[in-house]
Design a protein around this ligand. Structure first.
Ligand SMILES: C[S@@+](CC[C@H](N)C(=O)[O-])C[C@H]1O[C@@H](n2cnc3c(N)ncnc32)[C@H](O)[C@@H]1O
Length: 344
């Protein structure tokens, strides 16, 4: 289980968004005592700072800025999406995909078991008080029936008001098509941004294999193709997604939307189940928008642990750019840092 020292981690693009930077990042002058540097503060490279002071480079164009300008979806991908929509799309696909996108970006984290018990106690207490004010005390011969009814009402309220916010998304052919229209371009742009950070920070790094967990429409394959070295040298894209229909759509996209064509990227494998972490490893491991699909913290940690165990060089975790997504990434980051601490 020991993790090699050189493994690195690139977090969600959210971590690099302007809002996050504003809130949590402070530039430290090199002359400041390094012991005063807090967790979210970044010591500035003295050479860059001097060049900025001399007016040689502008602060807004410093080499630490890696944000890509407008990302354009590859024309090949655009055409494949159009063709699939024409062949298999419904009339309401645009409005349905908008609704799906809204539901995805407003998703809440699943409630933990301890949270459920606490919430139940609060609801129970509220109902008891309300009933007492309305009907007075319950006579002892009616107590058992009342308690059973009370538990039923607690369950109903819990389900309606608190548990209904999170559901695992199961994609079939129809919802997979909606997901493609709603998210393909966005997922591609985000993945390209994240990979671009690896390409900028570690320009000589070329993975031999890429593992994609919760691979969905395979947006990371399309993003990786933008780097000629990665395009040439990655010999295996091992994609795992429990939805057979989503795997089919991802494959069709790589076949230009035609069932009879070959995929234009070699070495792509779509699987339903993940390989054993004890006997498999991959240069780069990517999982985008999948932590939110796990039913609780334990399942998320199990997932992160197995991805980390299979990672040789880089583990990339991406979640939606909301507070929920940020919390999921922070939780995974803390978990990995603890795993590293205890296993090195
Ligand atoms: C939001 S999509 C991810 C899209 C994909 N990463 C992309 O960039 O196109 C989430 C995917 O996770 C899959 N999924 C759901 N539950 C999962 C689980 N427990 N483990 C792995 N994948 C899961 C779904 O089938 C779905 O395709």
């Amino acid at each position: 289980m020991a993790a090699p020292m050189h493994r690195a981690r690139v977090s969600s693009w959210k971590l690099f968004s302007r809002q996050y930077r504003k809130k949590s990042t402070k530039i430290i002058h090199p002359s400041e005592d390094v012991r005063s540097v807090k967790e979210n503060e970044l010591p500035m490279d003295p050479a860059i700072l001097n060049r900025m002071k001399d007016g040689e480079i502008k602060a807004r164009k410093n080499p630490g800025i890696m944000r890509l300008k407008t990302v354009v979806v590859p024309i090949r991908l655009e055409k494949a999406v159009d063709l699939l929509v024409k062949k298999y799309g419904t009339q309401s696909i645009i409005s349905d995909s908008r609704k799906l996108n809204t539901s995805l970006i407003t998703r809440q984290m699943p409630m933990e078991r301890t949270g459920v018990m606490e919430r139940k106690n609060i609801i129970r207490q509220k109902i008891l008080e309300k009933d007492k004010n309305k009907h007075g005390s319950i006579s002892s011969d009616k107590e058992t029936d009342y308690m059973n009814e009370l538990e039923r009402r607690v369950e109903v309220e819990l389900k309606l008001k608190h548990l209904s916010h999170w559901k695992s998304k199961q994609y079939d052919a129809k919802s997979g098509m909606k997901y493609m229209v709603a998210r393909m371009a966005q997922n591609y742009a985000v993945l390209l941004q994240v990979l671009n950070e690896i390409w900028t920070r570690d320009p000589t790094y070329i993975p031999k294999s890429l593992y994609n967990y919760g691979s969905g429409l395979g947006s990371v394959i399309w993003a990786a193709q933008n780097n000629p070295d990665w395009q040439r040298d990655i010999s295996q894209y091992y994609c795992v997604d429990p939805s057979v229909d989503i795997n089919t759509i991802a494959r069709l996209l790589l076949q230009d939307g035609h069932e009879e064509k070959d995929m234009h990227v070699n070495g792509v494998f779509f699987k339903k189940f993940q390989p054993s972490p004890s006997t498999n490893s991959f240069s780069t491991v990517v999982s985008a928008y999948t932590l939110i699909e796990c039913e609780n913290k334990e399942a998320r940690q199990k997932m992160v642990q197995s991805l980390w165990d299979m990672t040789e060089d880089y583990l990339v975790l991406v979640e939606i750019g909301t507070f929920v997504g940020h919390r999921l990434i922070q939780e995974a980051k803390e978990f990995i840092l603890n795993v590293r601490y205890y296993t090195l």
